[in-house]
Design a binder for this molecule. Structure first.
Ligand SMILES: NC(=O)c1ccc[n+]([C@@H]2O[C@H](COP(=O)([O-])OP(=O)(O)OC[C@H]3O[C@@H](n4cnc5c(N)ncnc54)[C@H](OP(=O)(O)O)[C@@H]3O)[C@@H](O)[C@H]2O)c1
Length: 374
């Protein structure tokens, strides 16, 4: 069942009535669309939009590694990449150009080509009867679009209307440790600093770090294309553009997206996001304040049971999560767990995760796995 040809009757039905949950009101036309999208082909034809990018490449690998039942794979990118061949399950798949008509016959599209591409093409994909999992920030805060980290709010996939958003990578990795603690102790607010890898900015930024290291090692002048300052042997206290408040857009995603994903409208987050000369995997130092008393031992007991999370916390042996070793890992890792000395009911921790995986490709494929269960 597809939405094409459906007339829009306009009668309002509360989603709460339909799903037993508090959701934005929908009309019967949208309900028909939802039902159509819920009937996911069990061996879907999948398109990856932005297949040649840092995230797109990981999406291809993750679909293969998790044995996702891909019926057919279509790889889409800009005209620059047309004809390029990428490997999937031992065969070469040729990249095609993203065009308005590219979604005919596609069941599920994983988008990772930037916000403007998502805004333009995701609605066209939905119109063509495709379900979209979008990695950009284009739809994350849209009340009609679920924003999902499956370990936290997998059930939100059920009320999608064609588009499901993947969260900001730093937010997703932080919530892998914070959400289980919130569920047990009630998180009021956090103060955090991020240590974000250059691959978070995409393939060009990885090349920039490599090139600058080479230029410095060989005594040549340092050239800049992606970041406003040299990133090699430096740290930049700016990720994304600044808002009038002095925070950056990236910093406010933690509070805004965290509230939506955790269904916790009172959650507050004061964050400083920092770009570091690490190729891959983001880390976040968090101080969190809770409603209930919390100790390092009670927190560790909760975190050891948390899905998708590994506790690496033996300071005496210099064991704590390191981005270098998180690279390529599906699980995030948490360590440096200690009672916060400056907050009541406070806990400090350090969480690290591969942002190309849990912050993007893996999370998107996990959402696709949830769609198959509907
Ligand atoms: N990197 C991360 O850790 C991360 C994490 C979470 C979310 N995201 C989001 O994922 C998206 C992609 O990020 P990325 O890091 O993979 O970027 P990237 O390495 O720069 O890749 C961008 C991809 O988009 C394609 N593209 C660019 N312009 C296009 C156009 N006009 N038409 C069709 N395709 C076009 C590129 O194709 P060509 O190769 O042909 O140019 C490439 O495949 C962004 O929205 C980003 O915010 C990234």
């Amino acid at each position: 069942m597809r939405q094409r040809g459906w007339q829009r009757p306009g009668k309002k039905v509360s989603c709460a009535q339909l799903l037993g949950e508090v959701r934005p009101p929908i009309d019967t036309w949208e309900l028909a669309v939802m039902i159509g999208h819920h009937l996911m082909n069990q061996t879907p034809h999948i398109a990856i939009v932005g297949a040649t990018g840092a995230v797109g490449i990981e999406m291809i690998k993750t679909l293969e590694q998790r044995r996702f039942p891909v019926g057919q794979l279509t790889l889409l990118a800009s005209a620059r990449s047309v004809g390029k061949a990428l490997q999937f399950k031992g065969t070469e798949v040729t990249v095609k150009e993203l065009t308005k008509g590219a979604f005919a016959g596609i069941d599920l599209a994983l988008f990772s080509a930037g916000g403007s591409i998502s805004k333009e093409f995701a609605p066209l994909a939905v119109q063509a009867g495709c379900v979209v999992v979008d990695n950009s920030s284009a739809f994350r805060m849209d009340a009609a679009v679920p924003l999902v980290v499956p370990e936290v709010n997998a059930a939100d996939v059920q009320w999608h209307r064609g588009i499901i958003a993947n969260p900001n990578c730093t937010t997703a990795i932080t919530l892998m440790a914070l959400y289980p603690l919130h569920a047990a102790f009630g998180c009021q607010r956090i103060f955090a600093s991020s240590y974000q890898a250059v691959s978070g900015t995409g393939a060009k930024a990885i090349a920039e770090l490599e090139r600058q290291v080479d230029e410095i090692v060989h005594g040549r002048p340092v050239t800049r294309e992606v970041y406003p300052h040299q990133i090699a042997f430096n740290v930049l206290p700016q990720v994304d553009s600044f808002l009038p408040t002095g925070y950056t857009k990236e910093e406010m995603k933690m509070e805004n997206e965290g509230r939506k994903i955790m269904h916790h409208p009172g959650f507050r987050a004061s964050v400083t996001c920092v770009r570091v000369p690490v190729y891959r995997a983001h880390s976040i130092a968090v101080s969190a304040e809770f409603d209930k008393p919390i100790t390092a031992a009670s927190a560790r007991a909760v975190l050891e049971q948390a899905p998708g999370l590994k506790v690496v916390d033996n300071p005496a042996q210099a064991q704590y999560p390191l981005p270098l070793y998180q690279t390529g890992q599906y699980n995030c890792a948490v360590g440096r767990i200690r009672q916060d000395c400056a907050l009541d009911n406070g806990l400090c921790f350090w969480v690290s995760g591969d942002q190309l995986l849990k912050g993007a490709a893996l999370n998107a494929v996990q959402i696709a796995e949830e769609l198959l269960k509907l």
